[in-house]
Design a protein around this ligand. Structure first.
Ligand code: HEC
Length: 151
């Protein structure tokens, strides 16, 4: 019986060591943030217009990243809130928690480099390299945005 307890203790000890060292390794190694691309985008009138068109009409950025008036049919964007965030997506939408939609105007992203914004759009990582919740369509649009952004 004593031998069985001893073996059990050793097995538990080995499991504990594996779990602790595994979680230390995992936390120190992941997520593997890809490096920030070293890019400076020249804001030409043509690019700004293309971005406005994409954000408002194609990629739905503004539909999520603005406050909406859901008292009206189809919940139009409240004028003046474009890109400022303000909506909160929560459990009523089937999500696992509460996700505030972020402000993506220059007031919030002003201290992001062009490379950090491109990395967020193409890889779904924020300025600090942490993963953004996959709800953000930017991750679904990953491939085509990579092409668009790099133009
Ligand atoms: C379906 C709604 C939705 C759409 C569409 C969407 N986003 Fe988002 N976006 C979010 C949410 C929610 C977050 C916050 C995610 C988080 O906190 O993990 C976010 C986060 C971001 C962030 C990171 C901001 C920060 O401070 O960390 C950027 C940048 C961003 N979105 C840009 C865009 C752009 C550009 C588009 C269009 C190409 C877009 N998003 C489309 C919902 C959306």
């Amino acid at each position: 019986m004593k031998k069985l307890i001893k073996i059990g203790a050793i097995v538990l000890g080995v499991i504990a060591v594996l779990v602790i060292s595994g979680s230390v390794y995992f936390n120190a190694t992941y997520p593997k943030a890809i490096p920030v691309p070293n890019v400076k985008v020249q804001p030409t009138a043509e690019r700004i217009e293309r971005g406005r068109y994409l954000a408002n009409n194609v990629a739905l950025c503004m539909d999520c990243h603005s406050t909406r008036d859901f008292s009206k049919y189809s919940g139009p964007i409240k004028p003046g809130t474009e890109g400022m965030g303000g909506e909160v997506m929560g459990r009523e939408m089937g999500l696992p928690g509460i996700i505030p939609v972020k402000n993506i105007t220059p007031a919030a992203l002003g201290n992001w480099t062009d490379g950090e914004i491109i990395r967020a759009l193409t890889s779904g990582l924020n300025k600090h390299g942490d993963a953004l919740f996959r709800l953000c369509l930017i991750q679904i649009l990953f491939r085509c945005l990579k092409k668009i952004c790099m133009r």
